[in-house]
Structures are given as structure tokens and as C-alpha cells.
Design a protein around this ligand. Sequence first.
Ligand SMILES: Nc1ncnc2c1ncn2[C@@H]1O[C@H](COP(=O)(O)OP(=O)(O)OP(=O)(O)O)[C@@H](O)[C@H]1O
Length: 703
Amino acid sequence: MLSKLIIKQAIRSGASQRQALLQRTLFTAPKSMRFMALNRCFSTDNSRPQQVEIETEMVEQEPVISHTEKKEFRAETRKLLDIVAKSIYTDKEVFVRELISNCSDALEKQRYSEIAGKATSGNTGGLFINITTNEKERTLTIFDSGIGMTRDEVTDNLGTIAKSGSQEFMKNLQGGAQVDGQALDSIIGQFGVGFYSTFIVADSVEVFTKSGLEGGAKGVRWVSDGSGDYEVSTVENLDFERGTKIVLKLKPESREFSRESEVEKIVKKFSLFINYPIKLNGQLVNNLQAIWYREKRDVTEDEYERFFEHLGNTKVPYKFKLHYSTDVPLTIKAVFYVPSTHQEKMGMTQETPNLHLYCRKVLIKEGATELLPSYLRFIKGVVDCEDLPLNISRETYQDSALISKLRNVITRRVLKMLEDEIKRDSDRYDNWFETFNHFLKEGLMMDSENKESLLRLMRYSATFKEKGFISLDEYVKKMKAGQQKIYYVTAQTREGAINNPFMEPFKNSEDAPPVLILTNNIDEVCFNQIGEYKGHKFVNIETSYDEISKDLGVQQPSSTDSANSLPEEDVTTFSLWLKSELGSSVGKVSISKRLKDQPAIIFGQMSSSMRMVMQMMEQQQGSTNPNSDMNKNNTLEINPKHPIIVKLNELRKKDPKRAGMIAGQLMDNVMLSTGIPFNLHDSVSRNFKVMNDYLNAVSVKKL
Ligand SMILES: Nc1ncnc2c1ncn2[C@@H]1O[C@H](COP(=O)(O)OP(=O)(O)OP(=O)(O)O)[C@@H](O)[C@H]1O
């Protein structure tokens, strides 16, 4: 079974059939091949016979096979050990993880055997792991009071590369009764190679062990320098009653592993959540529990908080959490936290992913970016996947399709958690949204698969709610009978939005459609990309009258007094004159059907906020005249009943030069009130001229 798995995994990871077979042979060699195998298979001679073209008549013949012999592969043990010890793992430090995992398995087997009545607890002082470092001697010793090994087991398990006693233990259990329902879940070892990682750092490895199952069995000593053979002997007077003690004489270049601080760091990194107490030179190292392995109801709030503190390295409490477990498509046990603040808020560096991948409580990958899309990088927590298709080094996994399934499941679940929080306490959610909205908006732009749930998480200001946010569903509920579109206005502040000249028709009537107020440019970018919500198109109110007229209903002009209106016969001439005065900044002048108090509005293909975004981008790219193309197709919509327009038309006839100056100033003011970027320098000097002119006119009159 294992061999088939290895072949499949090897082929999936890009190995050729031959290489795959080679790997299979490496890891499933029969017992008799202990410490030897595969010498020939490692031959680097890939040369093939040269092809010679010979003209010959092909006659089909049955091949004649004779002298068949069945042989076992041979391997050079030293090379094999070298490969196992040095090529599988990328980091030296993983040997600590491997040894602790073995201790944990041995303790777990002992626990199981005690519950099953196959062993007694004895006088060992409980189930624990003790690590001692000795810098002077350059040694690292690791002891566990677990099940230990008999002499035969030592030869079987430590004398056979790729033989996992732990897997065998699991297999035997599967047929038998399950005790406590947990023993099967907690065994870590599966490949039968981890132990040999000790030879990456050690010149010699000495194992003392005594089985807990064979009452009174003698102790066993196993020793090897990893060069191809080992010694086994019987020992008496061991200083422990049951368990296994492994002493590593470290290589000079690996002396750092005899330093307490270094070992502590590694234990905390990989093995902090191992079930059993780990003491390092007498001090307890792992005082946190793998709460994700426990039932929700058994975990106290204090434990959740402590775990979050550990993950986030912060005292700022988290906002929401989700304790989650499922068996489909993979067995996942997870705890997710949503923090209440983030670093990006202060314009500091990007949040670093803080979601860690574990397999049976052993760390596989810190900050595993593949588990969630990057817009959810603020999520902290742990995902433990028992049946993760790990590769042999436990540093990564094999099946990318499965990982992407896992990512989809987790993403959906995290988004659902946020939705649940809205149902639980919408004000609390809104408060959180204010700080974290840009992450979700980033998601809206990137994650089309989860667009619907992201849209449900969005919050906006709206004209019908003075304070606080509304959801898009709330907007839809407030829509007027027959209203087709969702209207929005963009501005820096709510006040700015309400005073936007385009708001005029939306403010003058009770029956006018509600308007969403967007104070963040990214919102409009999102709306442009999404296009609609529940069949209602998003429309910026800075648009032509035709686009909004249906939903606005019949608008009553403020005055019907034609004496105060632009004369019918002047409309065309005035419009043409205005257009020529304003030059390239206006493409068309039209007469407004919607304005009452404002003299004019301006709109184009791009809204004011999009122009701002474009201007910023162009400036960043070094453009010296960023607005050059954006104004070409602007429409200036003038209010024919506004006194400024009426009087400007009169002035045009008497004093076209002065009228031209006022027209320029009118245009600047219209751009300013809508928030459209314009040439401030030209505008200010024109403004001074107008002021000067006005002051002259006033003083002449007075005189
Ligand atoms: N401290 C220990 N106590 C008891 N048995 C042990 C101990 N360490 C190792 N063994 C035995 O030796 C076997 C081989 O260990 P090794 O670390 O090479 O592989 P593994 O743990 O089975 O698998 P993996 O390579 O996935 O870690 C184990 O399966 C176990 O039976």
C-alpha cells in the first residue's frame, strides 16, 4: 500500500516512472535488506546505445526468455543513509521535531496500552519528555517515558530504513478495539525515516530503551555512527524503568544544538502543542494546549485569549473567533481569529500571514499563504489537517488540488463567520468593518467566486441614514417603487457628498431614490467592476440626465418665469459661445432639466473620483499634464434659469472679454464643487483678475 502511494506521489511530484520506482524501492525495501539496497539504481550512467540505421527486413518473432532469476535490489547502506539523512530535509533543526514526535508516539502508545489493559503505568513518574543539553560535552539527550522497545523492536524499527513501527502499531489497532477513540488520531510517525535525521547533526547516536510491555525485560542499547552499520546490546541497570533515551554526540559544526536557547526555540516552533509535558533542562517548555483538538464547549474564553496572544504576539484582544472542524474534503480542525486592529491601518507594512498549518499538532508550515486568499491575510490561527498528503520531509505536501479544495473550504467558512457576526451583533461588526473594510474590498476585486458573500459583508453610508452604515440589502429595501438602479455619490466626507451639485434632484423630493455615499475611491472601482447587485445596476449620480431620469420621476422646475430665464433665441448662440470660451475642457454644452439652485454641473465618461484616481496614477508615472485627456468629452450642463447664466448671457453681448473671464471662473467653480481635478494655478490667477475687475467696477460706481 505504502509503496503504491509513494509511486503515485513521486509521479505526481514530477518524477519519472523510473525515479518513482527507485523511491519505492528505497522506502519499502524488505527486512532482509536492512542497511543495504539499491546500489545499482543510483548509477548516473544514462547513456544509451547509439542508433545505427541498418536496412533489414523485420520478421515478427516471439522473444525467448530463459535463465530467469529473482533477485533483490542491493543498496549501499552508507549512501542510503546519506540520502535519508541529508537529502530529504532542508533544515538541520528538524531532527528535534522528529525525535519529539517519536517520543510523543511512544507516550501515546503507552497511554493506549494502559487504557487497553495491556500495560501498567509503573513507577515512571507519568508520561513526559525530558531534554537535556550539554554544551561542554556537545551532547543532546532526549528521554521519554513512553512504551520503549524490545531488542527485536529495536532491530526492526531502527535497523530498517523506512520501517515505521508506529504505522504498524496503527495498523494493528485498526483491526482491534479502539480505546478512548483518540489513539489512532494522535500517532504522528508514518514514513519510518525521521529517526535517521539525527545523522544530519550527530557523529554518533546512542539509544537506550526498555519496553513497558514486557515486564522485567532487559534494557537495550543501540548505537551507530550512521556510516552503514550499528550495534545492539543488552544493558542492565538503566537509570529508568521504562522508556527511551537517545543521546546525540553532535558534530562540531552542529554544536548549536547543545545550546539550551537554540533547542528551546526549535521545540517551541515545531512541537509546542505536543500532548505531553516537555521539560528542557528541568524547565517546562510547552505550557499551551492544542485547543483546536478539543471540543469547543471544553475550551474556556481565557484559553482562547491566551492562544490568540501567543499567535498574534499581542495583548490587544481579538474581535471574533471561529473554532471549526470538518471531515470533508479533509479532516480539518481549526481555530481562526479576526483581530480588532491591524498594522496596515497605520500605513505600516503589509500584514504577514499568521495562519499556521499543522498535522497532528506538529507544525508543517508557519504562515501558510496557500490556505487563504491574500485579502484575508489579517486572519490568525491554526489549521490542523490530519490526513494532509505530506511529503516525506513533512515540510510540504503533495496534492495541490486537495490544497486548493482545502483553501476554498476555509475561505468560505471564514467569510461565513463574518456574516454570522453580523447576525449576532451588527453594530459590533460595523465597528470592525470600519477598520478592516479595505481587506474585504480588495477581496471584492479579486475573488469573483466569493463575490456574493463579500457583497453581503459590505457596508456603506447612505442618504437615508444620518449615522452608521447600511448593507446593500438595506439599500434595496429602501428603493422607491419601480426604481431600477442603485445610485451612489462619491466624496471625501458625508457633508461633501450631500453638497455635491448632482445631489440636487435627489434632495428635492421625498420620492427621489436613496443614494449611497462612498467616501473611499476603491468603492467606485469595485462597483465598476461588479456592475450590479441583485439585478440593479450601480450608477454614479454624476451622469447624464437620461441615465437617471426614469427613476427620478417628473421634476418640477423652480421657476416658470421666462423673464428670468435664458431667452429661447439665445440658447444656441450662448451655448456655442460658452463652449468656445472654455476651449478643450468642455466637449459639449447642454441645457439642464434637473437643476434648480446650481448654475451648472459637469460630467464626462469618468466620474470625479475616478479622475482623481487616474490623476494620481498618471502623476506617479511622471505625467506633467495629468488631466489632458480626461476633459475632452465633458458635458457642461447649464441651468437656464440661474441668474448667473442669465446675466452672463447679457454680459456676453455687451462685454465679451469680461464675460469670457467669468465663464472661466464659472467652469472652475463647477469643477471644484464636483471634486474634479483642475489647473489650480490658472484658476487662482483668473480669480484675482475677476476680483480686481469687480473692485474697480465698484469703486468707479462709488466715485
Ligand atoms: N522514542 C521512541 N520510543 C519508542 N519507539 C521509537 C522511538 N523512536 C523511534 N521509535 C520506533 O522507531 C520507528 C522508526 O522511527 P522513525 O522516526 O524513523 O519513523 P516514524 O516515526 O515511524 O515515521 P516518520 O518518518 O514519519 O517520522 C518508529 O516507528 C518507532 O516504532
